[in-house]
Design a protein around this ligand. Structure first.
Ligand SMILES: Cc1ncc(COP(=O)(O)O)c(C=O)c1O
Length: 341
């Protein structure tokens, strides 16, 4: 059985494990004050090209979204997200549990637009309703699509004009930035969004996300919020060591590129066989629509999610490739599909 279920089925890139073992007996300060975390933060600031941002290393994605949004919003304020957005669909109401409603917007490609956000603003007019205050997007999105520079600039301008906080979930930012269709650099984001995170968990780290807070007014007391929500790890060094290794050279991007290449190999081959997809997704998540009989046979040897029913005889499946996906497994998967079609 080979898994295309997600990009966290494997452990961590060997270089990361090696760095953890190498530093194992060193005595370091706790709670992110160790020299590795401090160096990782400085290195990330350099890569982003902005010494003035605040960067916090946080164990997981849900936790990062939850701490950031609950810290940034006042009690009556709400977040706006695509109907497929992770905070809307897959975080067990974590944002709502902190008292902030998530207002969802219908999209077909997982991406928010200014006009869709405007509709939410128009529908919330007074103090008898929550006040929409933060726009949540993820890049890549929950369905593998990516934002280009123009789309992000439009959203950014709209948020600034309407005094909205613009937040980007980058659980799969590596994959978005390494997409063949990407026209953004990691250094572009501080100009475009108020806060974003760089995902490590799904790109070769054991655990860890790096939250970058760009807007000054959102920075205050953030470590208090982290501690209160259980995210200030005594052994914070574990996160620092990993991000230092990922960004010491091009490892972070090389790993994301590999995941994308594997997904592209599958989608190119399936497109040649006239297979349709739920949406255009030039990243490491693809959603081909296959006959149910083919899916059943594939399930004997491969693990993947059944995403949605397409019609009586067809369903969309979700295929996710990772930094560690083996090309031989991809080849065998493609051979099997051809055989079953
Ligand atoms: C876009 C996005 N954000 C956040 C998360 C949550 O991450 P975690 O499972 O580490 O809490 C995920 C996980 O799948 C995700 O895809």
């Amino acid at each position: 059985m080979y898994s295309f279920k997600n990009d966290y089925a494997e452990g961590a890139h060997p270089r990361i494990l090696h760095a953890l073992i190498e530093s194992n007996f060193e005595q370091e300060d706790g709670y992110g004050e160790d020299r590795y975390s401090r160096q990782a933060v400085e290195l990330l600031k350099e890569k982003i090209g902005r010494p003035d941002v605040d960067i916090h290393l946080i164990p997981g994605g849900t936790q990062t979204n939850l701490i950031a949004l609950s810290a940034f919003l006042r009690p009556h304020e709400a977040a706006i997200a695509a109907n497929s957005g992770h905070i809307q669909t897959h975080e067990t109401g974590a944002i709502e549990a902190t008292g902030h409603k998530v207002l969802s917007v219908e999209t077909t490609d997982g991406k928010l637009t200014p006009s869709a956000i405007q509709e939410v603003l128009d529908a919330h007019t007074d103090e008898h309703m929550v006040k929409p205050k933060l726009v949540y997007i993820s890049d890549s999105t929950e369905i593998g699509s990516i934002y280009n520079r123009h789309e992000l600039q439009l959203l950014s301008d709209f948020c600034r004009k309407n005094n909205l906080i613009f937040y980007m979930d980058g659980a799969r930012l590596g994959s978005a930035l390494c997409s063949s269709e990407n026209d953004l650099r990691i250094s572009d984001f501080p100009e475009l969004v108020d806060a974003f995170y760089i995902g490590g968990t799904k790109n070769g780290a054991l655990i860890g996300e790096a939250l970058v807070i760009c807007r000054d007014s959102l920075k205050e007391d953030f470590r208090f919020h982290m501690k209160q929500k259980g995210a200030l790890l005594a052994k914070g060094r574990l996160l620092g060591i990993q991000f230092l290794e990922l960004f010491r050279d091009n490892l972070f991007f090389d790993l994301a590129q590999h995941a994308n290449n594997m997904a592209k190999k599958i989608s190119d081959e399936l497109s040649r066989a006239n297979i349709k997809f739920v949406t255009h997704s030039p990243s490491n998540q693809i959603f081909p629509i296959l006959p149910n009989s083919v899916i059943e046979q594939l399930q004997n040897n491969y693990a993947f999610l059944i995403w949605e029913k397409a019609d009586q005889d067809h369903s969309a499946i979700r295929i996710v490739t990772s930094w560690a996906t083996k090309e031989e497994a991809v080849n065998a998967f493609l051979e099997d599909i051809k055989k079953y079609l």
